[in-house]
Design a protein around this ligand. Structure first.
Ligand code: AMP
Length: 215
């Protein structure tokens, strides 16, 4: 069973690799960031609340985020595994996930930590473009779409995330170091964590994941 967490700082390539890994193993890709952006787009009360934090580069409060993930993981499509992208991001979320895993009888059994030098993160984030319709990520230099501004997968319009600017990124990196980085030790101590070199070509990363996930 592949019950996977994909971790890494903003700009490490979590979304891009999560899409490839989840489609390879045919398991749902659960991105809390995507769920929040969808709620913002739809103007729901969750969206309004999340936007207050996301626009400042801050983390959405734990109780809100944990509730959202708990509901999502209870969905029948997670019965054969799942890939969490961007959750957990705090120790409180990680501890809650341990409990949820027990409750639904699908505990996390692999944590993949994408490692990328900090100097590269800023360049990756500032050049990132995302499809408005399907969320597929591109980059103006390293992952160009076939037609400028148009998604290769669904033809949707590409845009730059509001929180992908230098000022907000600084705060997101702060949050990462303060709240999320301690999770590396948490999962290493549980003997669940493996590092991935996020600077390698995408196919090489997927091959490495296949090696690591061989049961
Ligand atoms: P991402 O798309 O993963 O980069 O997430 C975008 C933003 O959504 C983050 O900067 C946070 O503000 C918020 N967010 C996503 N996941 C979480 C989480 N697990 N806990 C708190 N906030 C989150």
């Amino acid at each position: 069973m592949k019950n996977i967490i994909l971790m890494g700082p903003p700009g490490a390539g979590k979304g891009t690799n999560a899409k490839r890994i989840s489609s390879f193993y045919k398991i749902p890709h659960i991105s809390t960031g995507d769920m929040f952006r969808e709620a913002i787009k739809n103007g729901t009360s969750l969206g309004k609340l999340a936007n207050e934090y996301i626009s400042k580069g801050l983390l959405v409060p734990d109780d809100v985020t944990i509730g959202l993930v708990k509901e999502r993981l209870s969905n029948p499509d997670c019965a054969n595994g799942y890939l969490l992208d961007g959750f957990p991001r705090t120790l409180e979320q990680a501890r809650a996930l341990e409990e949820i895993g027990k409750e639904i009888d699908r505990p996390v059994n692999h944590v993949l930590n994408i490692v990328v030098p900090e100097s590269i993160l800023v360049e990756r984030i500032s050049g990132r473009r995302v499809c408005k319709k399907c969320g597929a990520p591109f980059h103006i230099k390293t992952l160009q779409p076939k037609v400028e501004g148009v998604c290769d997968l669904c033809g949707g319009e590409l845009y730059q995330r509001k929180d992908d600017n230098e000022e907000t990124l600084k705060e997101r990196l702060n949050e990462y170091h303060k709240s999320t980085e301690p999770l590396i030790k948490f999962y290493r101590d549980l003997d669940l964590l493996n590092d991935l070199d996020g600077d390698k070509p995408l196919d090489e990363i997927l091959n490495k994941v296949n090696d690591l996930l061989k049961d």
